[in-house]
Write a protein of this length. Structure first.
Length: 368
């Protein structure tokens, strides 16, 4: 079998890496075989998961129609679980509770062609979490799409529910400057209005140095909170302008937006003058660091707090592609956000949903 250009390039890279690390060519070739085994194993796991979810879907479909048409109840499902255990001893995953969840799983997504492909991609444990903790169809769709897009683990998915990610996405969209909206149309789906960094375990009174060092120490967790496609470039990134040295707190690159992302940290509330320094850094990055194929850099001010009106005024006239967001060291009050979300949907519900039905016209015609 001929090597494809991609495989040839990978072989060249492997040989170069092996040479740098002092690994023999034979060991480098062995590494290629190991990578093939790992890739095949991942494909096999995905294929098994797809088949398993398809099986659960079909069982859920069967149970749903038996319950609807033949009057099966939970007692019958218990008998079914016992029968499966008797006929297939040692087979796991078909307890009465799990069989009932399969029925709920099918009933939740059977009429939604948009989501049924997504549930087949995620593991069963992910589906159970979304199904069990979501209260609205929109919430289920949000977590399913984000879990697939961001490759959330089971643990991270549970964390996002604790963070009330759906409620915050609906109630608190990111604050973008006009320049960001113009030059980076997809930025609204990339950035957030608030980032939760409870994993830092920072005290109420902390310094910028504490925040900075904490984010570097838990960089992997911070990258997950930032979202997919963020790549770390540097800390205290050196900026030289007019013979003077400056240092940018954190620098990242976003693959989807194809641009550098500068992050400045502030442990106090947002002040309008912060945008001036951030704009200075962005100009320096665009002139001296940005490559020809990249888009203009974006700046993110991460503050401990911000006033919405002050932010709106500050961003409305700035020419810099900037965003202003909060960092939160504690988990949000999910009950409060849920109440606000309920109010939000109530206020935005179609008028006809709350209007009283019109009275039916009398069947008896007038005898004029």
């Amino acid at each position: 079998m001929k090597k494809t250009p991609a495989r040839k390039a990978k072989t060249v890279r492997s040989k170069a890496i092996s040479k740098d690390l002092g690994v023999s060519p034979v060991e480098g070739a062995f590494d290629e075989i190991v990578e093939l085994i790992r890739a095949a194993r991942q494909r096999a796991v995905r294929a098994v998961n797809t088949e398993l979810i398809e099986l659960y879907w079909r069982i859920g479909d069967y149970l749903h129609h038996k319950i609807e048409s033949d009057g099966w109840a939970k007692g019958t499902v218990v008998q079914l679980a016992a029968y499966i255990a008797q006929r297939e001893p040692g087979l796991r995953g078909f307890s009465p509770q799990n069989l009932w969840r399969m029925r709920q799983f099918f009933a939740a997504y059977r009429d939604d062609p948009k989501l049924s492909p997504l549930v087949r991609v995620l593991p069963w444990t992910h589906n159970l979490i979304v199904l069990g903790q979501s209260k609205r169809p929109e919430e289920r769709e949000f977590y399913l799409r984000m879990a697939v897009q961001e490759h959330w683990s089971k643990r991270e998915l549970e964390r996002q529910f604790r963070l009330a990610a759906f409620e915050r996405a609906v109630l608190q969209p990111p604050r973008l400057s006009p320049a960001v909206r113009q030059d980076h149309g997809a930025a609204a789906s990339v950035f957030k209005d608030a980032y939760v960094v409870e994993f830092l375990n920072l005290p109420d009174e902390h310094s910028e140095a504490d925040l900075h060092s904490g984010l570097l120490a838990r960089l992997k967790a911070f990258l997950i909170e930032l979202g997919r496609d963020f790549c770390f470039v540097g800390s205290e990134y050196p900026v030289l302008v007019g013979g003077r040295d400056f240092a940018l707190d954190l620098l990242f690159f976003h693959r989807g937006l194809n641009c550098l992302v500068a992050i400045e940290l502030k442990v106090g509330r947002f002040e309008p003058e912060y945008l001036g320094k951030l704009g200075f850094y962005l100009e320096a990055l665009d002139r001296d660091a940005r490559k020809l194929h990249e888009n203009p850099a974006i700046g993110l001010l991460l503050c401990a707090s911000k006033d919405s009106e002050v932010v709106e005024y500050a961003l409305s006239r700035t020419l810099s592609p900037a965003l202003i967001a909060e960092y939160q060291t504690q988990l949000p009050d999910k009950k409060l956000l849920a109440a606000k979300l309920h109010e939000f949907y109530a206020l935005n519900a179609p008028e006809q949903a709350t209007a009283k039905p019109a009275k039916k016209a009398s069947k008896r015609g007038s005898k004029d």
